[in-house]
Design a protein around this ligand. Structure first.
Ligand SMILES: Cc1ncc(C[n+]2csc(CCOP(=O)(O)OP(=O)(O)O)c2C)c(N)n1
Ligand code: SF4
Ligand SMILES: [Mg+2]
Length: 277
């Protein structure tokens, strides 16, 4: 392993497209640091899939790696094909909240149900960032966005808990104000098998923060720190006390047979029985 972590060796020499203060920088840096600390000198054992949106620009074309940029919301179906054909590779999906649990919601649920052996890292900036800040399924209640100028009137989706209910082997939520926890979580998730999901609540000062009443990225990070509650502490809290809080931590960690294990076992059985006939 090289002496010290340098993000540059995992990145192509291209200018990143993110706004100053965007939380995506933290997610990108933390992921690559985790990869480095696990001893990967390069990304040759990884394939990345992403859809459309600011967060979907994390791997492609910036990582020195094989990556696929798919249509909006379709990164998980493409990742499914990659994992079935090349089960030995680490298949990682990056996407935004709109991409993964908006337009791509059904793929997310079915991949968790099938226990597809991929890691999905969802940057939850609580809005459709790249298209200018429209309300998303993850936008907190009563928040001003471009499409809800008087405040959003729907309750937000709890993606990390949805992953648990759908069958994920690992599900966790952190924020960009908790990079150390996030890094440990990414390291654990890369080592595990099965469907793994990490939600990162992240600041989008440009399309979300300004309208939602935050002066700048720093104010958003302060909000994350002040309102993040470890999941273990929430058991005795009422719904009212949990309003507008960000529940962080690990929601599940378990082992289930993966779809790849099941399919390859069936292929072996079918070949054996064909040989007998
Ligand atoms: C089929 C389709 N519908 C809509 C769009 C327009 N579109 C592009 S990105 C995006 C939302 C992105 O939001 P999110 O996934 O949360 O990513 P962010 O930019 O917030 O990181 C939308 C609606 C599209 N590209 N394709
Ligand atoms: S619009 Fe928001 S999410 Fe997109 S790069 Fe800018 S700050 Fe980041
Ligand atoms: Mg988003």
């Amino acid at each position: 392993m090289a002496e010290t972590f340098s993000i540059q060796k995992y990145l192509r020499d291209l200018k990143l497209p993110f706004c100053p203060g965007c939380g995506i920088f933290t997610v990108m840096n933390t992921f690559l640091r985790a990869v480095y600390e696990l001893g990967y000198e390069d990304l040759s054992k990884f394939v990345f899939c992403s859809g459309i949106g600011c967060s979907s620009w994390i791997p492609s074309p910036y990582f020195v790696a094989d990556s696929v940029h798919t249509p909006h919301g379709r990164s998980i179906p493409v990742a499914t094909g990659v994992k079935l054909l090349r089960p030995e590779l680490n298949v990682v999906v990056f996407g935004g909240d709109g991409d993964i649990v908006g337009i791509g919601m059904s793929h997310f649920i079915h991949a968790a149900r099938r226990n597809l052996g991929i890691l999905v890292i969802m940057v939850n900036n609580m809005v459709y960032g790249m298209t200018g800040g429209q309300v998303a399924p993850t936008t907190p209640f009563n928040t001003k966005t471009t499409t809800t100028p008087y405040g959003s009137f729907e309750q937000p989706l709890d993606a990390a808990r949805l992953a648990v209910a759908a069958g994920a082997c690992y599900s966790a939520r952190w924020t960009t104000a908790h990079p150390d926890k996030l890094e440990e979580s990414i390291k654990k998730a890369i080592r595990m098998k099965g469907f793994r999901f990490i939600e990162v609540v992240s600041q989008c000062p440009t399309a979300y923060g300004r309208r939602a009443g935050f002066k700048n990225a720093k104010k958003m990070l302060e909000w994350f720190k002040e309102n993040a509650i470890p999941v273990q502490q929430t058991e005795k809290m009422s719904e009212k006390e949990l309003e507008r809080k960000i529940i962080i931590g690990e929601f599940v960690e378990r082992r289930r047979r993966t779809i790849v294990e099941n399919i390859y076992a069936i292929i072996k059985e079918a070949q054996a029985s064909a040989g007998q006939n």
